[in-house]
Design a binder for this molecule. Structure first.
Ligand SMILES: Cc1cc2nc3c(=O)[nH]c(=O)nc-3n(C[C@H](O)[C@H](O)[C@H](O)COP(=O)(O)OP(=O)(O)OC[C@H]3O[C@@H](n4cnc5c(N)ncnc54)[C@H](O)[C@@H]3O)c2cc1C
Length: 353
């Protein structure tokens, strides 16, 4: 049975654009910190991997967000994202430093890079995950195939939606290292940066292949962002099928609270909510301070995208609706009844100030 004494530490690929690390990298660093701190017997470190041009001075920021060590590959070839050069660099980092696990954001870039790297090094990859843990006393299989995984193998248990999003499965990659996963942005909290944290910065120079790149980035055009970015909002009023008749009230409530309207896939499919405002498994993951779910049933695929909101208020005419199970506060009634009362109360409170 394979064991992996040479492989250690949890590595996080810290994606950056224009030398600015993306938040998802810091969210993953924070989660890796939590896992490593909860398993001191492993003696693992949290290691950030920064690839790019002129990124070295960002290493301190990665450490401030929770890393013990940062491996920096600073090279003009890595200025803009290129599948080939990034794959070349990251696989060489893995070969040299031998991580036990490697986490990447499930972003457009991460979803391109991680599978290339996994295929190149023949490692297992769990894509689009929503949770990770380090397994303790894990037994796999049964009968003749039964296999106990030693705790010092630091088996990564990776959760992701499966079977059309109706179930969550836990996937393990016990036979190869590193154990790779891409994880959705906003699933984990980002730590407040602590500038007093100290860590090691290691510069690494990959050997570039002599072959000409197959794809060359000639120009990068900034994306034109249409509408609002609901992942950045502090307050969201979520609308579901049951709020179709009270959309104007939901918009008024959102405006009063300085927030925006978001909602379910059903609302998008019914044509009263733009797709870019869809929350959930096939939409966006959001974590506002306040999420007011109006006429939303609470299907797992929706809940997966908003359950980490700090405070959830649900309005639904059905007292048995699933959404009440995750709500901090609930109103049983129609949106047409409840929303005007909420709006009136908030206006009164605002006027009294
Ligand atoms: C692979 C897959 C991916 C999916 N991805 C997503 C996703 O990313 N996001 C997502 O949201 N869904 C997703 N879905 C769909 C999901 O399963 C649900 O169908 C959807 O979330 C239901 O939306 P809803 O709650 O608005 O509608 P419904 O399930 O129709 O619920 C409407 C609710 O409103 C209540 N209601 C009705 N009238 C009123 C009223 N006047 N006042 C108050 N309450 C009222 C009802 O009691 C009910 O609870 C996905 C499904 C699959 C299979």
């Amino acid at each position: 049975m394979a064991t992996f004494p040479d492989y250690k530490d949890i590595y996080v690929f810290v994606e950056q654009k224009d030398s600015q690390p993306a938040e998802v990298g810091y969210e993953l660093i924070n989660k890796a910190r939590e896992l490593v701190d909860a398993s001191p017997e492993l003696g693992y470190k949290v290691v950030g991997v920064l690839l790019g041009e002129n990124v070295k001075d960002k290493a301190a920021d990665v450490i401030a967000h929770g890393a013990d060590k940062v491996i920096v590959v600073d090279d003009p070839k890595l200025k803009d994202y290129s599948t080939q050069f990034y794959t070349d660099a990251l696989t060489q980092v893995i070969d040299e430093f031998k991580p036990s696990s490697l986490l990447t954001g499930a972003t457009v870039l991460g979803r391109d890079l991680a599978p290339r790297v996994a295929a190149r090094i023949n490692a297992g990859l769990t894509a689009d995950a929503t949770g990770i843990e380090i397994g303790k006393d894990v037994t796999l299989g049964g009968g003749a195939a039964k296999r106990e995984i030693p705790n010092d193998d630091a088996l990564l248990l990776v959760t992701r939606p499966t079977f059309g999003g109706n179930l969550f499965g836990t996937i393990v990659c016990p036979n190869t290292r590193p154990q790779m996963a891409t994880i959705r942005p906003k699933v984990f909290d980002m730590a407040k940066p602590d500038a007093s944290r100290e860590g090691e910065v290691v510069e690494f120079a990959p050997k570039w292949a002599e072959t000409e790149p197959v794809v060359v980035v000639e120009d990068v055009e900034p994306k034109k962002v249409a509408g609002v970015d609901i992942t950045k909002c502090d307050v969201l009023v979520g609308v579901g099928r049951g709020a179709e008749g009270s959309l104007a009230l939901a918009e008024e409530l959102a405006a009063l609270l300085g927030g925006e309207v978001a909602g379910t896939r059903a609302a998008v499919e019914d044509g009263f909510l733009p797709k870019e405002r869809q929350v959930g498994q096939t939409g966006k993951t959001v974590r506002p301070n306040l999420y007011i779910a109006c006429g939303i049933s609470g299907a797992v695929q929706h809940v997966a995208g908003m359950e980490k909101s700090d405070y959830i208020i649900a309005i639904n005419r059905d007292p048995e609706a699933e959404i009440f199970k995750i709500a901090n506060q609930g109103y049983v009634g129609t949106c047409e009844q409840v929303l005007p009362l909420l709006i009136e109360d908030i206006k009164k409170i605002k006027e009294a100030k």
